[in-house]
Design a binder for this molecule. Structure first.
Ligand code: B16
Ligand code: MG
Length: 215
């Protein structure tokens, strides 16, 4: 019996990837190289420091740990400035309706995001009150595909993982859900999200009744 849904943020509820891209591109250019949109795809769902390491590798640049901390902080300052202008207009189609339908069916909702900025983004989008609990990167040690973030969300909800459904757009995110022992809904291309139990184009196609059994 399904009791809760655990949602990823970027690519599911809103598109922050475009803001991350602008800030990462600035960082790359400071260091003398470029990143493109295709490369940006590899950063989706990947935490801040792991993303920085992938970018540095891509540009063939080696930095000390101290320099990395400084660059990551500057990137985040720029990113925070970009997301300050976000509003409900930045919700992806069907996102609010999906959250409301889950709650309307008497189920719990959680957010599982690799972003340390997740609570601030929910506030900007005006949907903080639609989540029973939020697990962001500040609360976990291991990034996706490790199951830690989804398991922590289930624990905070007080629900067994096998009574949860996870919703993710990234390959590593779907793996994290499956590693946690949950049913996985993928958002995107079924040929890419091969481990997902079901794949839809976006939350505008989400129908809670398709995934729960009513008694
Ligand atoms: P921050 P998600 C992820 O969000 C993004 O997809 C990823 O590109 C980003 O690097 C990561 O959050 C960390 O974000 O720098 O704000 O802590 O998809 O897990 O919601
Ligand atoms: Mg995502």
């Amino acid at each position: 019996q399904i009791q809760a849904f655990v949602f990823d943020l970027d690519g599911v509820i809103t598109d922050t990837a475009k803001f991350h891209f602008i800030a990462w591109q600035k960082l790359a250019q400071r260091l003398g190289f470029d990143i493109d949109h295709e490369f940006n795809e590899r950063l989706k769902g990947v935490g801040r420091m792991d993303s920085l390491n992938l970018i540095l590798q891509h540009g063939g640049v080696i930095l000390t740990d101290e320099q990395k901390d400084k660059e990551a902080a500057q990137k985040n300052d720029e990113y925070v400035e970009l997301i300050a202008d976000m509003s409900a207009a930045d919700l992806l189609p069907g996102a609010r309706e999906a959250l409301e339908s889950v709650r309307g069916a008497g189920l719990k909702t959680a957010l599982a995001s690799a972003s340390k900025n997740a609570p601030a983004i929910l506030a900007r989008l005006g949907i903080s009150d639609l989540f029973d609990t939020v697990v962001d990167a500040n609360l976990v040690v291991n990034g996706k595909p490790d199951p830690e973030i989804f398991l922590k969300a289930a624990a905070q909800l007080g629900v067994s993982p096998n009574a949860c459904i996870g919703v993710e757009d990234a390959v590593a995110g779907v793996q994290s859900i499956k590693n946690a022992g949950m049913y996985a809904i993928g958002i995107g291309d079924a040929r890419v999200l091969t481990r997902a139990d079901a794949v839809i184009d976006g939350l505008h196609q989400f129908d809670v009744n398709r995934f729960i059994v009513k008694d």
